[in-house]
Design a protein. Sequence first.
Length: 370
Amino acid sequence: MTEIVHVPLGERAYDVKIGTGLIARAGAEIAPLLGRERVAVVTEENVARLHLETLRAGLAAAGIEMEALVLPAGESTKGWAEFSRTVEWLLERKVERNDMVVAFGGGVIGDLVGFAAAILRRGVRFVQIPTTLLAQVDSSVGGKTGINSPHGKNLIGAFHQPSLVLADIGVLSTLAPRDFLAGYGEVVKYGGLGSLDFFEWLEANGPALAAGDEGLRAEAVRRSVQMKADIVAADETEQGVRALLNLGHTFGHALEAATGFSQRLLHGEGVAIGCALAFETSARLGLMSQESPSRLRAHLAAMGMKKDLADIPGELPGAEGLMALMAQDKKVQAGRLRFILARGIGEAFLADDVDLDVVRGVLEEALAAR
Ligand SMILES: NC(=O)c1ccc[n+]([C@@H]2O[C@H](COP(=O)([O-])OP(=O)(O)OC[C@H]3O[C@@H](n4cnc5c(N)ncnc54)[C@H](O)[C@@H]3O)[C@@H](O)[C@H]2O)c1
Ligand SMILES: [Zn+2]
């Protein structure tokens, strides 16, 4: 069964389709959007090896021809070099304003290809076919596209909404367990920021979902995407409520920076630990009872995920060093650290004026436990 979440953004509205077998049916799904029966697909080597033939056949079944550019896998692809290569390749293929570009991969491919589509001929349409859990629940929806700079992550980019998102639950079965669980960190984030009910559902169903149950996986993706769609529809360009999607990210980005954006800590792992630290800070500020951070950590532990600074291998800077990295994060406004805090699981809010001594205290304690 295919579930549809509609993202209501006026003339930029689109559907996110969630189900199994969507890649094999991609031709039928995409055909109504095409001016001519040809698409340019950009992907990366891991996804190409595992799933590109399925996509090719799925498109061919509807008479759609594809040409594919296969980039290297990994975060370092998301920079100027592969970006300009992609844009030039699309121009060589004579992709025009009415054509459709397909981003086929995880968040790295989705962000890079979406940004290429945003600037190519001042904007061409694109379809997201996200292949990681993180990309299905988060990066493929909402229109944030971009690449990294030596100055920092995601510093170059544009808002450019896709025309369609096809989240095929079946492709998640080839993900490495660690990559799957990192994506699950963003799923837990949705429960933490906006829905105790969803969090309780995850407590009950998370282990079976991680073990491979596709019905539960589809339900988790649908509920996450619905929450993201609601927030993006209310605040497309992050003037306010969209910032709630950054729960756990101020801490998380600092930890990613401290570990050199390496395999020591994946983005979603940093987000999960960051959510626990944001909840801990909220409890310390008297906003919620200590039960909430403990309960969040207990769920992460039950899932076999990293939940604490103690779970990060290798050296970490001290509390001051981590605070400095947080201040470098782009969510700094006029010298103040913006935090997403919460009054309970599912009740996040944007706090502009957080007592930094409390944050330092939380970090010192977490570091001492290592
Ligand atoms: N635009 C947004 O709103 C947004 C939100 C969150 C994250 N992001 C970005 O997303 C990126 C991270 O995305 P990601 O976690 O998907 O990383 P990724 O794209 O690097 O994929 C992770 C790994 O999984 C592999 N892979 C992908 N699909 C697979 C499949 N079906 N089977 C087996 N292996 C597969 C990839 O080759 C890679 O090794 C970061 O650059 C982050 O900044 C963007
Ligand atoms: Zn994230």
